[in-house]
Design a protein around this ligand. Structure first.
Ligand SMILES: Cc1cc2nc3c(=O)[nH]c(=O)nc-3n(C[C@H](O)[C@H](O)[C@H](O)COP(=O)(O)OP(=O)(O)OC[C@H]3O[C@@H](n4cnc5c(N)ncnc54)[C@H](O)[C@@H]3O)c2cc1C
Length: 528
């Protein structure tokens, strides 16, 4: 049995765990990262699913990753290379029209005017409204949320600052609160009349959320996806050279240079404690590693309900952890293609603007509502909501010469099906429904498919350790955000166990490849 001592152990080599490890190592701590899989990166990886392909198995686009971390850790020297997408999105419609978005506000306005002059006038105002809300919310991403139950003076002052920022919004405060708590659909219906534009925006409101745009909480999901930047350009999403693993490999390389020890295929089975304080971790093979500080980059279910005995935690804490929602109905389908699809609305197999960004295949908001209606009764959507990206149209390092790769993010494929488990037959039935959708917009697509990988929520759980297949390590309604994430009283990356911290997406500011929870947690640990 191995026995080694470290200043800190990080459970899970997801991007957040790696960021925590780097910041601790920068402070000269001896740090060990233990990762269950054969590769670090968590849900942000590139894998050779088929020979010659670098598949972004789960996460597929970046903008949220904090630029401060890129600078602090010199990640560009280690291969961090975003590839900007212009346009950001392409929405073809079955009547032959199409909408490009994210080409720059003035061009966006021209595009929108093809569908509605009124919407074109409103769009810059809508964007300005989101910017106002972002001015309040974005600074909180890299803040340590206050402990609501036992707040410290400094934390109260920080909260006061947030209140002040909110106050600055003046009469716009009501709309900001609506964005943070309400449903996306009425907001979009108020601002815009064209269903084509609304459907394009609304798909961002349901990403990873087992909700329809008419449900409270979806406006925040939409908003969560408009924060961020690429190369200093706000709101711009990018691919990463070599797939999303390009991002996490750059952090891992920086970590190794800082002296971090990374162990792969090292599955943590137990967090060791004595007298209410952490002492280390035990792997499923029996190896033990010791440290007075442990940061968990996995979700709360694994950390508190699997790795710890409930008897060492306060009962009310166990209850709160038991209430966390992991509801999910996202299914990722990765597709190896012989050629890029030719869309009826804008034909052509050669790489073009219709292939560069995210392709939204959704005619209107009702389509999303109907897809959700099936799923809320435990059925996979008859007609799923599908968005596709084809990063090989801009990055020739991720597919064999002449071949292409498509990432399909789809909903709704409920984790718990009403009629039994996810079998291969059901997986294929669902994927076929998604492929039928693409085929409607790009005839010949199905014939171009060389291979496919289907990851239902159950597969996401088994592969990445994401409970319930929740892509964000726990759903993101208001009561599971900021000072309530993961649970009130423990949002400052602390836990009831002395020396045990949370450092992944389960903690504030939640899911997405942001690095913020990892960075915030490291600061807390360094001052603990
Ligand atoms: C299908 C999908 C698509 C997504 N798309 C995007 C996107 O395009 N853009 C975006 O910004 N975000 C996206 N997300 C969300 C984003 O990927 C995650 O929120 C983010 O990767 C979380 O990072 P993390 O480091 O907090 O945790 P994770 O990535 O969950 O990492 C946790 C790590 O812990 C490891 N682990 C689990 N159990 C153990 C154990 N017992 N012992 C040791 N290690 C263990 C896991 O293997 C994993 O490596 C997507 C997520 C999914 C699943």
């Amino acid at each position: 049995m191995a026995a080694s001592k470290y200043d800190a152990i990080v459970i899970g080599g997801g991007h957040n765990g790696l960021v925590t490890a780097c910041y601790l190592a920068k402070a000269k701590w001896k740090v060990l990262v233990l990762e269950r899989r054969y590769i670090v990166g968590g849900a942000c990886v590139s894998e050779e699913v088929w020979p010659g392909y670098k598949v972004s198995t789960a996460a597929y686009v970046n903008s949220l990753f904090r630029p401060e971390i890129v600078r602090d850790l010199n990640l560009r020297d280690y291969g961090f290379e975003p590839i900007e997408r212009n346009p950001a999105s392409f929405s073809p419609f079955l009547d032959g029209r199409y909408l490009f978005m994210g080409t720059g506000t003035s061009k966006d306005v021209d595009e929108i005017a093809k569908f509605s002059k009124r919407d074109a006038e409103n769009y810059p105002k809508y964007e300005a409204m989101l910017e106002r809300v972002a001015s309040v919310v974005e600074p909180t991403l890299t803040q340590v949320p206050p402990n609501l139950i036992h707040p410290k003076l400094g934390q109260l002052l920080e909260m006061g600052k947030m209140g002040k920022a909110m106050q600055k919004l003046g009469p716009a405060m009501g709309e900001a609160i609506e964005v943070l708590t309400g449903p996306a659909r009425p907001i979009l219906d108020r601002w815009f009349e064209s269903e084509q534009l609304k459907a394009t925006i609304a798909t961002d409101a349901i990403i990873g959320a087992f909700m329809a745009p008419s449900m409270p909480g979806t406006a925040y999901v939409l908003f969560h996806h408009v924060m961020g930047e690429t190369n200093g350009k706000r709101g711009v999403w990018s691919y990463m050279r070599g797939g999303m693993g390009g991002l996490t490999q750059s952090i891992a390389k920086a970590a190794v240079d800082l002296g971090v020890e990374i162990r792969l295929e090292a599955e943590v089975a137990k967090i060791l404690t004595r007298n209410g304080a952490v002492t280390g971790v035990a792997l499923s093979n029996g190896d033990e590693f010791y440290a007075k500080k442990v940061a968990s980059g996995v979700d709360c279910h694994l950390t508190f309900q699997k790795f710890l005995d409930s008897a060492v935690l306060p009962p009310e804490f166990n209850d709160a952890i038991g209430r966390i929602s992991y509801s999910s109905a996202s299914c990722k389908i990765n597709v190896a293609l012989d050629r890029l699809p030719s869309f009826t609305a804008l034909p052509g197999h050669d790489p073009g603007p219709q292939h560069f960004g995210t392709v939204h295949l959704c005619p209107d908001q009702d389509f999303i509502e109907r897809a959700y209606d099936d799923a809320k009764f435990g059925k996979m959507s008859q007609q799923p909501v599908v968005e596709c990206t084809m990063p090989s149209s801009l990055d020739d390092t991720i597919a064999p010469p002449g071949k292409h790769f498509m990432s399909m993010f789809t909903q709704y494929a409920p984790y718990a099906l009403a009629d039994g488990e996810w079998t291969d037959a059901k997986r294929n039935e669902y994927a076929d429904r998604c492929f039928d959708i693409v085929e409607q917009y790009a005839p010949g697509f199905k014939a171009s498919v060389i291979n496919r990988q289907i990851l239902t929520p159950v597969d996401l759980e088994n592969t990445f350790g994401l409970t319930g297949g929740s892509i964000f390590q726990g759903a993101m309604p208001l009561h599971q955000l900021f000072m309530f994430r993961p649970v009130p009283g423990y949002a400052s990356y602390n836990t009831p166990i002395k020396g045990l911290f949370m450092c992944g997406a389960a903690a504030h500011p939640g899911g997405g490849v942001m690095g913020a929870s990892g960075w915030n947690a490291a600061r807390v640990m360094l001052h603990s």
